[in-house]
Design a protein around this ligand. Structure first.
Ligand SMILES: *Cc1c(COP(=O)(O)O)cnc(C)c1O
Length: 423
């Protein structure tokens, strides 16, 4: 599939006159249509709910859009809990799927009534100590180990991942939780990331549904939900096929009817904690070419850097780049598109064939709507950009301002060492 930005060059130039580059721009229309499709794909399941993975795009304006589609919030830290709480997500609107969890975070999650998803069997005692009891509704994260395969394709390597409990620990955990008064149980697993296949969720569902049947038989626990978590991917590269969420929903339904319904478990709710799928394609990083450099390679220097989008530097991730206004030009130049960090991995693209880029051109870096802005950091004292929302009526709303030096220096406000700085 051809990759096109959700916005024209003229519109971007207009936006850039008001909000200097770089910035992340989100497409409200795309977000809404996609959220609607997800809800429909799982509407066969009465208790279905998407808990949006807040860490993917922790912006209150985005969370409020998703709320319109019945989404809850999947949190994994104190500030994510605080943001969700403040926006009115309460009780079972909140899923707390954390790991290596500090006691204060369990306490806060419990205080606001969130559903706690335990990453480890030792967290049962830890939680009990932290909050003084075991909640009636509780979930456990599962890690079967080994390698997660679809046919012969290795999808991911759960045996090498720090998350979740072994099969034996799941049974033990359910027994302990039950004897401590837990009444409604959930099972959660996240076994493969960014899967671009309609088979991942149905296969994961099969593993979890079979486990649920056994757990119910062996421990007598009432399983009230099964959380398929995140992992549905997006096509970052041109030519990759998008996931068909309708087919995924139907695939899960078939396994549900095959495994759970005959066991009298047709009341189990399906939950998801999608992040990338919900937001990824509906955000772009907009940046301007400010330098070209010809040495041993051809470089284009842009005004964004890995601080604004870390995935290429961190994982070597591919993000498609459109040179605005040159969509139809031949990609006759091979560039490294780089940011300004003093780190040689600060490259949005390496040896990428692109149209000839001139200083001043706007570049649209695709699919930054999830795990984009959110992963940002402040290395080299670089500041994080604004986040803007392109609304359905074509207007633009700033949903987070850009950082200023004042924000960067704010953690010295306890003392007067920078009192003479003018910024
Ligand atoms: C990161 C994460 C998600 C979201 O993952 P995506 O790949 O963005 O769908 C969901 N649940 C948990 C526990 C996570 O850590």
């Amino acid at each position: 599939m051809d990759k096109r930005p959700f916005v024209t060059k003229e519109k971007l130039e207009e936006i850039a006159r008001e909000y200097p580059t770089p910035f992340h721009l989100y497409d409200e229309k795309g977000i809404r249509e996609n959220a609607q499709k997800l809800e429909e794909a799982f509407s066969w399941n009465k208790g279905y709910r998407e808990y949006f993975a807040v860490k993917a795009t922790p912006n209150p304006f985005i969370l409020n859009i998703l709320k319109d589609y019945g989404c809850g919030a999947d949190c994994s830290s104190m500030t994510e809990l605080m943001m969700s709480d403040c926006l009115g997500f309460t009780g079972s609107d909140i899923m707390f799927s954390s790991n290596d969890t500090p006691a204060e975070e369990f306490q806060y999650a419990d205080k606001i009534g969130g559903i706690i998803n335990l990453d480890d069997i030792t967290h049962i005692e830890f939680l009990k100590k932290a909050i003084g009891h075991i909640p009636e509704t509780i979930s456990c994260r599962y890690n079967p180990g080994g390698i997660f395969k679809i046919s012969n394709d290795i999808m991911d390597n759960p045996g090498d991942s720090k998350y979740g409990m072994t099969t034996e620990q799941m049974f033990e955990a359910f027994r302990i939780l039950k004897s401590n008064g837990a009444k409604n149980f959930g099972i959660h697993a996240f076994l493969a990331s960014n899967t671009v296949t309609n088979e991942y969720y149905p296969l994961l569902a099969k593993v979890l549904f079979e486990l649920a049947v056994e757990l119910k038989k062996e421990t007598g626990a009432h399983i009230s939900f099964i959380n398929l978590s995140g992992g549905i991917g997006i096509p970052y590269r041109p030519g990759e096929e998008s996931n068909d969420i309708k087919a995924i929903g139907e695939g899960v339904r078939a396994v549900y009817e095959e495994i759970l319904v005959p066991e009298g478990m047709g009341d189990v709710a399906i939950y998801t904690e999608l992040g990338r799928f919900m937001l990824g394609p509906y955000g772009g990083l907009v940046t301007r070419a400010i330098h070209e450099k010809h040495t041993h390679k051809e470089y284009i220097g842009v005004d964004a850097c890995a601080v604004n989008l870390m995935r290429p530097a961190m994982y070597g991730a591919y993000h498609h780049i459109t040179v605005m206004g040159k969509e139809g030009d031949v990609c006759g130049h091979k560039y490294d598109v780089v940011g300004s960090l003093c780190e040689n991995n600060d490259k949005f693209a390496i040896d990428r064939n692109l149209p000839e880029i001139s200083v001043g051109d706007l570049l649209f870096i695709h699919d930054t709507g999830a795990h984009g802005f959110a992963m940002g950091y402040n290395y080299n004292g670089k500041l994080k950009s604004a986040e803007l929302l392109l609304k359905e009526d074509g207007s633009v709303e700033m949903i987070r301002r850009a950082e200023t030096p004042r924000d960067y220096f704010a953690t010295f406000d306890f003392c007067d060492v920078l009192k003479d700085m003018k910024y």
